[in-house]
Design a protein around this ligand. Structure first.
Ligand code: GLU
Length: 469
């Protein structure tokens, strides 16, 4: 029998880090075992579900490369099926109509709380047949009253819940719409889900869902409840901790490879290995080696992974991800180096793709002002002679290659009998506007001859002007 997992988000917000990790674990488990990964949008909460959230979830999944084999299914399109199942349970005596008013249920709860008991529905309509014909009703599942439900959780281990702890759950509201636990059960059953991998905030629903599945004669899937993610401060990860939506990480300049690698390590390990390619993960991932304890988010580690992938992925691949940031920062790259070349020159020097674009404008755009600090330090009267000499030598260069530029700079230092420092920094400030750039030969070769010479002119004028003041 082939393995089927699913990711079943409620579209009430972004695809957040916790959801993305759950999706990743389900995806990996399916891929590892050659199974099927289904995407199911649980949009039955009409008030809180939005199309925007659906789009954000799909976008996030796509950005992370978590492709699904079936779906997306939408629960709102499956109401007829849920109604049929509710009718079937009712017909078989496995569910019943409950005519309690909201006030009655409330009074029941209050009395139980006052008596120090756990508030729960007391089953008062479970066996009654004197049904009124003119009153609204909900439909409740007839939960077994004895015995225990055992979850053999693939992450948390064995969990036992006494049926006496569970009351008769509402499976259809008075307007006939199905409730959350019913829709999940019907879908897991009809979609042939073999492994339910989800956040452990659902662990309380599981025994109820297992009972309903059993009543339907359905196969009970295996369950794996993934512990929650905590923020740096030990509290449950939330908006307070900054970026929570997956696409926010894209916007902040992270590579999907880095975020995926980061997410998988939140709750899963393989010895002390930290770096995993996607292919490697598909081979190595297993639910047995998932952590039972919550894991804490660590932004420094994510940054470290991002730097790793910026440096080690094929530059073409990084360049592809850079395009979005070029557009976001409105940088016109029609004049200047190809993005692949830019990545080769800058990837080692920055933490994120966003930063890469921020510090690379001078490759594409001219500037009229120098960074004040750098100019003050390096475009002084003593820099005039070296700048003029290097400009003359560069102007004579026919082949504007990295090696040729390199030789010219060295030869100029020799010619003037000065150290590289006397030429290098003024030259850097002249062509980039500031004091930070990759090696000069690379920088100049990427900026191009005409632009470099024009900028040198501009710097020479600046120094002259300054000398005369
Ligand atoms: N729709 C639920 C959620 O987003 C997940 C349900 C499940 O995985 O069973 O929390």
């Amino acid at each position: 029998m082939s393995l089927v997992t699913r990711f079943a988000p409620s579209p009430t917000g972004y695809l957040h880090v916790g959801g993305a990790r759950t999706a990743l674990f389900s995806w990996l488990y399916a891929r590892k075992h050659g199974g099927k990964f289904i995407l199911r949008i649980e949009d039955t909460d009409l008030e809180r579900s939005t199309q925007e959230s659906v789009d954000a979830i799909l976008e996030g999944m796509q950005w992370l490369g978590l492709d699904h084999d079936e779906g997306p299914y939408y629960q709102t399109k499956r109401f007829d099926l849920y109604k049929e199942v509710v009718a079937q349970l009712l017909a078989e005596g496995k569910a019943y109509k409950c005519f309690c008013t909201v006030e009655e249920v409330e009074a029941m709860r209050e009395a139980q709380m006052a008596a120090g008991e756990k508030p729960r529905y007391n089953g008062m309509w479970r066996d009654r047949t004197d049904h009124p014909t003119d009153k609204p009703f909900v439909i409740r599942f007839k939960n077994p009253q004895d015995g225990v439900v055992v979850i053999d959780d693939m992450i948390k281990g064995r969990i036992e819940i006494a049926n006496a702890e569970l009351d008769d759950l509402v499976i259809a509201r008075s307007d006939g719409t199905p409730t959350y636990n019913l829709t999940v059960v019907v879908d897991d059953w009809k979609m042939g889900i073999t492994h339910v991998i989800r956040g452990d905030d659902h662990v309380n629903n599981t025994p109820r869902q297992m009972n309903i599945l059993a009543a339907l004669g359905a196969d009970i899937p295996k369950y794996a409840h993934v512990p929650m993610i905590l923020g740096d401060d030990g509290k449950r990860l939330s908006k307070r901790h900054g970026a929570v939506g997956v696409m926010q990480y894209r916007d902040n300049g992270f590579l999907p490879e880095a975020l995926l690698n980061y997410l998988v390590r939140l709750g899963w390990s393989h010895g002390d290995q930290e770096i995993f390619s996607k292919d490697e993960l598909v081979q190595l991932f297993d639910l047995d080696s998932c952590n039972r304890a919550p894991s804490a988010f660590n932004t420094d580690k994510l940054i470290w992974l991002n730097q790793h992938y910026m440096k080690t992925l094929p530059p073409e691949q990084v360049a592809k991800q850079l395009e979005w940031h070029i557009a976001a920062q409105q940088l016109d790259i029609s004049q200047g180096p190809a993005l692949t070349e830019l990545v080769k020159a800058q990837a080692e020097r920055v933490k994120t793709l966003k930063e890469l674009v921020e510090v690379s404008r001078y490759f594409y755009e001219d500037f009229s002002e120098f960074d004040a600090e750098a100019a003050k330090k390096h475009l002084r009267p003593v820099a005039l002679e070296p700048l003029q000499a290097v400009q003359a030598n560069l102007a004579a260069l026919a082949d504007w290659s990295q090696e040729a530029v390199h030789q010219v700079i060295n030869a100029t230092a020799e010619q003037l009998g000065v150290g590289m420092g006397k030429i290098g920094m003024p030259l850097r400030v002249a062509v980039t506007g500031g004091g930070n750039s990759p090696a000069l030969d690379i920088t100049l070769s990427l900026i191009g001859k005409a632009r470099s010479l024009a900028r040198l002119n501009h710097a020479i004028e600046f120094v002259k002007q300054r000398s005369s003041e």
